[in-house]
Design a protein around this ligand. Structure first.
Ligand code: APR
Length: 239
């Protein structure tokens, strides 16, 4: 795997990850199986409207995904990014669309989970936040321990504003390199971050199994599985 880039310790590197980086951990991506995720069209379960109409169904879907986390662990792609953070320290950030927590489990600390986290939920009435592990998940629709309101997963659904957008803009402005891993580049605003980074002056690198939709903004593209090719690339970048 050849790359023309070499990272110096003072370079600022931002990584954007998507479902593809967790595929080799055994988690399904969203758009590689006829658009179906565990028999659901993702737009059917991942909207505030779906939750209003059928909170039991939406909770069933997210509880299943939350419990599935017990069975998965980070893969070599996640660990390669951990190595990159060890090398770059505060000059490094991961922005992830993933809600599986695998970057933190791999040891990365500078992670912005822009689409929320499966490990948390909050009350749709009083907005108190809870760890899933502290909540009674037995009822079909779990209730808030503080006010009795309806809890919802802390996931950014279609039509909602992702988290950390101000901070993301701030760090993108200073980035020398923007690396995109395992994302189809089809969901906004995450899909536009590569364009934004480029506009702010960063060199852009992609690692993906198939060409993403925003391929034209990527300066150097590596086609393949991130678990297989990221470790070698990181070696070269920081070697
Ligand atoms: N290594 C690298 N890339 C991979 C691998 C792998 N092992 N396996 C699959 N891919 C690629 C696919 O080719 C695809 O381009 O990962 C991408 C996954 O794309 P999506 O399924 O669309 O996932 P993502 O881009 O993260 O979706 C964005 O959409 O449904 C919403 O909120 C959800 O965060 C999600 C957002």
């Amino acid at each position: 795997m050849n790359t023309k880039f070499r990272f110096k310790k003072e370079d600022r590197i931002i990584v954007l990850t998507g479902a593809g980086i967790s595929a080799e951990s055994g988690l399904k991506t969203f758009r590689d199986h006829n658009g179906l995720w565990e028999e659901h069209r993702v737009e059917e379960v991942a909207t505030p409207q779906a939750f209003q109409k059928n909170p039991e169904m939406v909770w069933r879907f997210y509880k299943q995904r939350y419990f599935q986390l017990d069975e998965v662990k980070p893969n070599s792609g996640h660990y390669a990014l951990k190595e990159l953070e060890e090398y770059l320290g505060k000059n490094f950030f991961i922005i992830t669309q993933n809600v599986d927590g695998l970057h933190r489990q791999a040891g990365n600390e500078r992670v912005l989970e822009m689409h929320g986290s499966l490990q948390q939920c909050f009350c749709s009435k009083c907005y108190a936040h809870f760890k899933m592990s502290e909540v009674d998940l037995e009822p079909a629709v779990p209730q808030c321990g503080s006010c009795g309101g309806t809890l919802r997963p802390d996931i950014v659904w279609f039509g909602e504003i992702p988290y950390f957008l101000d901070e993301i803009d701030r760090i993108l402005k200073k980035a020398n390199y923007f690396l995109v891993v395992g994302t189809s580049g089809s969901v906004q605003p995450a899909a536009s971050l590569v364009y934004l980074a480029k506009r702010y002056g960063a060199a852009t690198i992609g690692v993906n199994l198939a060409e993403p939709e925003n391929m034209h903004y990527i300066d150097e593209f590596h086609k393949g599985r991130s678990g297989e090719i990221l470790p070698g690339l990181v070696e070269k970048w920081i070697g």
